[in-house]
Design a protein around this ligand. Structure first.
Ligand SMILES: [Zn+2]
Length: 223
């Protein structure tokens, strides 16, 4: 089976564009190693690449992606845990200053959980994984009369906040946050609108950032 042509073409574009312009940066990072200040925990969804949304250059973001941008709580039981290993490396070795949990609208994992829809079933991987948002679902409460879209948005945002709580169950994260050496952030990206909101810890509300620029550039919605 041939390597996908789309990837060959994309790599050519990378050679012509980014690598040509940033070769020195790549060489420098190869010699000195990476030292990103920011870790992002995002969703696997192909529409929400953190490097694209934050226009990040090589070496700037330490990124972990999984279905639903979830963080399991601290459980030192010897099991293989990808997110915990990445957190350990980012916090203890790289000493990142910020961890951003980046959720997004139209998250298929969260929607499937909310609708209890296929492919979620008690025996599959996604079903077990998405159980991590059960505490957030309990916070949001039963859907009741809420429109499904509104309920899912509330669940998506509550889940991000819950993941910050889960991050705080890691003793070394908790200690560094307490000393002001590490800050946790909850962010939410609107796939259709391109709006990015960040949770204000004082109010608990998600507040759009760079809203003026967004309004100026997208006054006439094209979506
Ligand atoms: Zn998602």
């Amino acid at each position: 089976m041939p390597f996908p042509q789309q990837l060959v073409d994309g790599y050519r574009a990378f050679l012509i564009g980014r690598l040509r312009h940033e070769q020195d940066r790549y060489l420098g990072l190869a010699e000195s190693g990476q030292s990103p200040q920011i870790m992002v925990i995002g969703c696997c969804d192909s529409r929400v690449s953190p490097e694209v949304i934050f226009d990040a250059r090589p070496g700037e973001l330490f990124v972990v992606r999984n279905i639903g941008n979830l963080v399991p709580p601290y459980t030192p039981d010897g099991a293989q845990r990808a997110v915990s290993a990445a957190l350990e490396f980012a916090v203890q070795a790289l000493k990142v200053k910020h961890i951003v949990v980046l959720g997004h609208a139209q998250c298929g994992g969260i929607r499937a959980y909310a609708e209890e829809a296929a492919p979620l079933s008690p025996g599959d991987f996604i079903g077990h994984w998405m159980e991590l948002i059960a505490p957030a679902a309990a916070d949001v409460g039963p859907r009741g009369d809420r429109p499904l879209g509104q309920y899912i948005t509330e669940l998506e945002q509550a889940s991000i906040v819950k993941m910050l709580d889960n991050l705080m169950t890691f003793p070394w994260i908790n200690a560094l946050v307490g000393r002001g050496m590490l800050t946790l952030h909850a962010a939410y990206f609107g796939v259709a609108t391109g709006r990015l909101s960040v949770r204000d810890p004082a109010t608990g509300k998600f507040v759009q950032i760079a809203a003026d620029d967004h309004t100026r550039l997208f006054a006439q919605p094209r979506f």
